[in-house]
Design a protein around this ligand. Structure first.
Ligand code: ZN
Length: 309
């Protein structure tokens, strides 16, 4: 190997599922930009389906949390479901959880208390799905922004209950033991820790500023969290999304709740926040190896400096 300083510095990382990421470290060492200004949402269209006053435009409400007679969080079936109880081939349920009545707000702008209410509602809907013995798995995810797949900009989360456990979930389940070592292994990438949950940028990040939130004590899903656990997760989520939004200027992201199949106790519940600054292209589709020029430990430092306490 030559000592030529112009030689690109590259690293190849593999995550706990065997996914590979090739990092162009020298490119990633560029001085980081200052936090970007907020990208505003458009004014709510007169008939935003999710805004207060337009409740009659959604399918009938199935759950809500309200304050002073007004809803704070509202749940109803997806008007265009991927799974439905009347379907023979794709039996299940597909729900929308509107997280705030305010059209302009994103999740990071809610208070810790409101985020706790949001997580409590997700837990409640997961418990409701478990009441249906035909359903084996509940997937919860959030698409924020068009590039992340959101078709409506009013902040919301989706819940899909299905009759089968996806193979990908079974693959994660096999790696439950690896999560107990994650705090030690990913030490350099940890940028928030409240004693119950920690947030970090994994060494093999597939997206710039990718952030995972992992509980210190293994639990298989939100259903296994008590009141204190939900509060701690809300606090961690607030810190994580606040820093990510401050860094990116509220760019699109996905949040994935990785939960165990119904009635499984051994599963590494965690949240993955996947900022969509970059797009996967030909190389990723050809090889399933991800090219990245952002160094996770550098991203972690930057995000840590943006956490509001
Ligand atoms: Zn709206």
């Amino acid at each position: 190997m030559s000592d030529d300083k112009s030689e690109p510095k590259l690293e190849l990382h593999k995550d706990y599922l065997g996914r590979q990421v090739v990092l162009s470290v020298s490119r990633g060492k560029r001085p980081h930009d200052a936090p970007k200004p907020r990208v505003g949402k458009d004014a709510p269209p007169e008939k935003c389906f999710f805004c207060p006053g337009n409740e009659h435009l959604t399918p009938p409400e199935i759950d809500r949390i309200e304050k002073d007679g007004k809803w704070e969080i509202r749940v109803f079936p997806n008007k265009f479901p991927a799974f439905h109880e009347s379907s023979k081939k794709a039996y299940g349920r597909h729900e929308i959880i509107v997280e705030t009545p305010d059209h302009q707000k994103t999740l990071s702008e809610l208070s810790v208390e409101n985020l706790k209410d949001y997580l409590s509602m997700v837990k409640r809907r997961m418990e409701a799905a478990r009441q249906d013995g035909r359903l084996k798995y509940t997937s919860v995810f959030k698409n924020e922004g068009q590039a992340a797949g959101a078709s409506l900009e009013h902040s919301h989360t989706q819940l899909v209950g299905m009759e089968f456990v996806p193979k990908y979930v079974l693959k994660i389940a096999k790696k439950t033991a690896a999560f107990s070592k994650m705090e030690k292994k990913e030490k350099k990438g940890i940028w928030f820790d409240n004693g119950h949950f920690f947030a970090f940028c994994p060494k093999a990040s597939r997206f710039p500023y990718e952030t995972w939130i992992v509980p210190k004590k293994q639990v298989s899903s939100l259903v296994g969290l008590d009141d204190q656990g939900l509060h701690s997760l809300a606090e961690c989520l607030k810190a994580a999304l606040g820093a990510l939004d401050a860094e990116s200027g509220y760019q699109p992201y996905n949040i994935v709740f990785h939960s165990g199949p119904h009635d499984w106790s051994a599963f590494p519940f965690h949240l993955e926040i996947l900022p969509r600054h970059s797009t996967w292209a030909g190389f990723e589709f050809a090889t399933e190896v991800v090219m990245s020029s952002s160094v996770p430990s550098v991203c972690a430092k930057e995000l840590g400096s943006l956490v509001k306490t």
